[in-house]
Structures are given as C-alpha cells and as structure tokens.
Design a protein around this ligand. Structure first.
Ligand code: URP
Ligand code: ZN
Ligand code: ZN
Ligand code: ZN
Length: 476
C-alpha cells in the first residue's frame, strides 16, 4: 500500500490538492489531503508536496526495435526505448507489429510479444498491427485481432513499393475494421505524388537534406488526409490520422468531421517545436538529424497545431519516436532520399507538452487529456490507463513545475547518439514515476530494478455495420 501525499492531482476534468491511495498496483481512491484514514497509517508514503501528480503518459506512436528499408533497425529496442519513455514520464506505449509478407498475423504477434518481453521493457506496451497491401487472406485474418488484444491497424499511403497500400486495399481493410470495431491508423502522405517531386528535385541537382521536406509539401499530406477520410466514410470506419503536421492537413480532418465522419487525429511533439527553417543553411549532418515524414513545416503551421491541441481539433500528442543514430544509421552523406525518416522524442514528449502549459497555450487539464487520457481511450486502454481514478493502474508522474529541464543527448536514455532538441530548455522536471504502483524513476533517474513492463491487451470499439451503397450515395 502506498499513499502519494500532498501533491496536486491533475485529471482531464480537475486540478486539485489530493492524496492518491494505491494498493496492489491500482488506484483505490483519490481523497482530500490527509484524508486517507487510519487504515492507511502503515502505508508507504510518497511525499508529493509542491509537485503535480499526473497520470502516466500514454504514447500510442513509437517504433522500437523496428527494421526500415529492409536493413536498418531503429537505435532503440524495447529496453532503451522504454527506459527513455519512463524517464520522460511515459508509462505506456503502443508500438507496431509488422508481419512479414505472407506471415500469419497471430504468429507475427506472438513473435512480437516474445521479442518485446525478452527485452524486459520499463513501460507497459501494446501493438498496432501494420498492414501492407493486404490480400483477401490477410483481411480474413483481421477477425482474430480482437481476440489477441489488438484494437487497431495501421496503413500507409506513403512509401510506394515499401509500405504503401493502394486505395482499394485501404477501403477493404477499413470495411473489415468497421465490422470488428478496429481503429484504422493512417500515415497520410501521397506517396506517388511525392515520388514525382523527388524525381524533379534530383534531376535539378538538389540533394541536400532540406529537399526532403520541399518534396513533401503540405498539399501531399492534405490530399491524403482527405482521401483517407473519404474512404473511412465509405467504410463507416473510425479513422485515426497519425502525425498531422500542417494546417492544410488539419483543415481536411476538420472538414471530414463536420461531414459526420469519425476522424481522430494526433500531432507529434516535434511538429510543435521544430520548423523547416531549422534545416536551412545548417551543416548537412544537423539538418539530416531533423528529417522525418511528414517533414517539419512552417512556423505558422506550428502555431496552428498548438491551437488545435488547445481546442481539441487535435486530440492526441504522440512522439512518433523512431530514432536512428546519426553515425552509422541515419545516412547523411548521400542525397536526401537515403536519409532514414524519423526522430527520437519519446522522452521529451511530456515536457514539450508541459512547456505549452507554461507558455499559456492551453490548460494543464487539456495537456493531460492529450498526452494520457485521450490516447488511452482511442487505443482501447481506458479505463485502465490514462487517468487517476479508482480502479485504474497506479501509473503516476510527479512533475516539479518549479524546475527546468535542458534536453541533451548526453543525458537522455535513448540509444540515439543525438537529439533534435539538443540544448532546448523547457519548464518542469520529471521527479518520480510509478508504474502500477511501483517506483521506476526516483529523483529523476531510473531505479535499478524497475523493468517490469507488461503486454497490454486492448479492447476494440463496438462493431459497426458498414454503410450500404444507398447510404454512401446520399452522403454529401
Ligand atoms: O519519419 C517517420 N515518421 N518515421 C517513422 C516511419 C513512418 O511511420 O513514417
Ligand atoms: Zn508515419
Ligand atoms: Zn511513425
Ligand atoms: Zn558527425
């Protein structure tokens, strides 16, 4: 039994002084300060005076121990990646299981779980299942996902020849997902259009890292969001647009919603603090270290994303943690098409979100909703994860609002050899983190025996019959 005493407890609804009573890894009650009663007199006491007590962060978009382009494995596996996560206040991640071509889904997921468990993660973890151009047999296999504790699939409109699915495959998968209550995550960039722009840039001799972004303009993202949302409406599926990076793409999300579509959307921490000007005139290596897809956009896009996080247009803030070491993995010395896409950031996400509170961009409750509560709900992890309430896992972050943190690769826990946010100072510091009642971070550092992360089965939403032709015909 543990009492987290004297802190200020934050939920999406309230911020108030309270004590959190924990037993067997679960929150038993949230009571007025000092209100635990005599039965708790002998319990372990964690002093949270002067600290904010937040629900553990839930990051539903990470790529750990993942191989890209057939050969390059991300710098972090489940050990280092989740060490970074908990050090930064994130106690739950949802990563990705990508079956090999022709590999049965159940076998792929069993293998994924075995590998992840063998790396003894610091955080609890689940998996979205990635589909690449699924055939009829692969679609039939989706029926097994709810029983395996998987409530979401992911598809790509980008990366032709590697990850991309065509519109027919996406629509068919969405139809099946609707019937099964699965959430459909989509990486929305028009891969074929980008390839044309890339060919033109290379033909004109443009090889520098900033051309990665210039050949993926916001229109290539907005068009794909529009198409994904349109296909989701035809299928009656719930869509989750990952890593919305531009005002143009966000406008398509909002348009689809006002037409009645079930479209959810996240942005990622890097789009809130980086912008395209940071790649200009930089040494090639520094610029290459900022290459991700979609790319960092303009300063005005960045402002629009903050605004949408505040007003709920963007519901979730994820990291899309996908780290490659600058030396040996990221590939900085060839033309921009060889640079591996992706950035580290799982450790910085929560404090980047808190910096938004410090800057008055949104209230603390809204931040907690975007980094914990809403992602847990959408990923099928509520009511167990994402909130401080009786019955939920006692995943708690004690954040010191009076402190500051300076991000650096010298002190971070990712195995990446650099950080896009090197030297950046933000408000707040993560002091202590509890995973299911157990302290895994104390005084800002990992405790030695803290690796106790578990696989999280997730619950799909209720099934929906997909719209009949007549209904689709009536949709405006
Ligand atoms: O640049 C990114 N986002 N890398 C991760 C792989 C992906 O989903 O695009
Ligand atoms: Zn992506
Ligand atoms: Zn990603
Ligand atoms: Zn170097």
């Amino acid at each position: 039994r543990t009492v987290v005493a004297g802190g200020t407890v934050v939920t999406p609804a309230t911020t108030e002084p309270a004590d959190v009573l924990v037993e067997d890894g679960v929150v038993v009650a949230v009571v007025a300060p000092g209100g635990a009663g005599p039965a708790w007199a002998g319990a372990e006491r964690i002093d949270a005076a002067g600290l904010l007590v937040l629900p553990g962060g839930v990051d539903v978009h990470t790529h750990l121990d993942a191989v890209f382009r057939g050969t390059v494995r991300t710098a972090d596996d489940f050990e280092t990646g989740t060490a970074a996560a908990v050090a930064g206040g994130t106690t739950t991640i949802v990563d990705f299981c990508r079956p090999e071509a022709g590999e049965p889904l159940a076998a792929a997921l069993a293998g994924w779980r075995e590998r992840a468990a063998a790396q003894r993660p610091w955080a609890d973890y689940g998996a979205h299942v990635i589909l690449v151009q699924p055939d009829a047999a692969a679609l039939d296999e989706l029926d097994a996902l709810p029983g395996l504790g998987v409530s979401s699939i992911k598809m790509y409109m980008a990366y032709p020849g590697r990850m991309m699915s065509d519109d027919g495959a996406i629509l068919r998968a969405m139809q099946r997902a609707a019937e099964l209550g699965l959430l459909v995550l989509v990486h929305a960039e028009n891969g074929h259009a980008i390839d044309v722009l890339v060919d033109e840039a290379l033909a004109a001799g443009h090889v520098e890292p900033e051309w990665h972004g210039r050949t993926r303009p916001p229109l290539t993202e907005a068009e794909a969001v529009h198409r994904a949302a349109t296909l989701a409406r035809m299928a009656g599926a719930r869509l989750y647009v990952v890593h919305v990076s531009s005002a143009a793409a966000l406008a398509e999300v909002e348009r689809a919603r006002s037409a009645g579509a079930a479209v959810h959307a996240e942005t990622c921490s890097h789009y809130l603090v980086l912008d395209e000007s940071m790649l200009e005139g930089r040494p090639r290596e520094l610029a290459a270290g900022l290459v991700c897809s979609p790319p960092a956009r303009s300063a005005s896009d960045r402002e629009r994303l903050w605004q949408a996080l505040a007003d709920g247009g963007l519901e979730v803030l994820s990291s899309d943690h996908c780290p490659f070491a600058l030396h040996g993995q990221k590939i900085v010395d060839e033309d921009f098409t060889h640079i591996m896409n992706g950035l580290p950031g799982v450790e910085q996400r929560l404090l980047i979100a808190y910096q938004g509170v410090a800057e008055g961009r949104y209230p603390l409750e809204r931040m907690v909703e975007a980094v914990s509560a809403r992602p847990a709900e959408l990923a099928g992890l509520a009511p167990r994860k994402g909130a401080i309430r009786a019955g939920a896992d006692a995943d708690l972050v004690l954040l010191d609002p009076a402190a500051r943190t300076v991000f650096s690769a010298r002190t971070h826990h990712s195995a990446a050899d650099y950080l896009p946010y090197e030297g950046m100072a933000v408000a707040g510091a993560v002091r202590r983190v509890l995973l299911r009642g157990r302290t895994v971070v104390a005084d800002g550092e990992l405790v030695s025996d803290g690796r106790s992360g578990r696989y999280l089965p997730r619950t799909p939403a209720p099934a929906a019959a997909h719209p009949q032709l007549e209904e689709i015909g009536e949709t405006r």
